[in-house]
Design a protein around this ligand. Structure first.
Ligand code: ADP
Ligand code: MG
Length: 241
């Protein structure tokens, strides 16, 4: 298996009752690349991400990460961080406490926690806000706290599920660029779920277009845009969001 593959999914299948949501899917996520999982609402994007994270169990198939079979590994054993649409911040903790919360749980020592916190505050432009509570921040700042929390984890694999959808259009545009710049600077592997083709095509190196739990087409953004391989891809990519 290639060392350049961060996540390899083979024959991954997931149904809820008799509703097949992920249909015998094969997918490789390349290391250091920004991959978008794109598709209409209900096509299985979040489920696929949750399977990668170990928040759902596969019915069939195999998931390999960094060369190790993690199909039945717990989320905490998968060496990745997640960023959600809802930010998932603790309202009673300060920005700084939210950012290093996971490190405290993992018993990373205080010196190392502080070092990573300062790095993350700088990278996400949150310096000066570390003592505020999430309720005192704007939506864009809250999402940056969620990003900072993912940076301090030290994992170079980050899964993001529609991280911008709670932001207004103007903020969405700037945070989109911040996320992309961070990914490139830290050489992170990012898997980014979105239903918004502008986001996927504008941010990602590689786009995976999903339709009803299967891959309709994948490739560089430009290729999906210019050479749709089937009527689904042509219809989805051409349509207004
Ligand atoms: P997307 O993120 O692309 O909008 P999801 O992965 O959230 O799609 O959902 C895909 C389908 O699976 C939807 O029809 C959804 O209702 C269903 N689904 C997702 N999670 C569950 C669950 N825990 N139980 C039952 N059905 C689910
Ligand atoms: Mg979703």
């Amino acid at each position: 298996m290639s060392a350049d593959i961060a996540i390899r999914m083979q024959g991954v299948h997931k149904a809820f009752g008799d509703h097949v949501v992920i249909d015998h899917l094969d997918l490789n996520i390349e290391k250091g690349r920004f991959t978008a999982l794109l598709g209409p609402s209900g096509c299985g994007k979040s489920t696929l991400l949750r399977l990668m994270a170990g928040l759902e169990d596969v019915d069939k198939g195999q998931i390999i990460m960094g060369g190790k079979d993690v199909t039945y590994a717990l989320p905490a054993q998968r060496c990745l961080s997640m960023v959600f649409q809802s930010y998932a911040l603790f309202p009673h903790l300060s920005v700084a406490e939210n950012i290093v919360f996971g490190l405290s749980v993992r018993k990373v020592n205080k010196h190392e926690r502080d070092r990573r916190l300062q790095d993350a505050l700088r990278l996400t432009n949150l310096g000066g806000l570390e003592h505020r509570k999430p309720g005192e921040l704007s939506g864009g700042q809250r999402q940056r706290v969620a990003l900072a929390r993912s940076i301090v984890s030290g994992h170079d694999l980050c899964l993001m599920d529609e991280p911008l959808s709670n932001l207004d259009a103007k903020l969405r545009h700037s945070v989109r660029h911040e996320i992309r710049a961070l990914q490139q600077r830290l050489e992170m592997t990012v898997v980014y779920v979105t239903h918004d083709q502008t986001e996927a095509l504008g941010m990602a190196d590689h786009v995976v277009l999903l339709n009803a739990g299967r891959i309709a087409q994948q490739g560089p953004a430009q290729q999906l845009y210019e050479q749709p391989e089937n009527t689904f891809a042509a219809g989805f990519i051409g349509s207004p969001p």
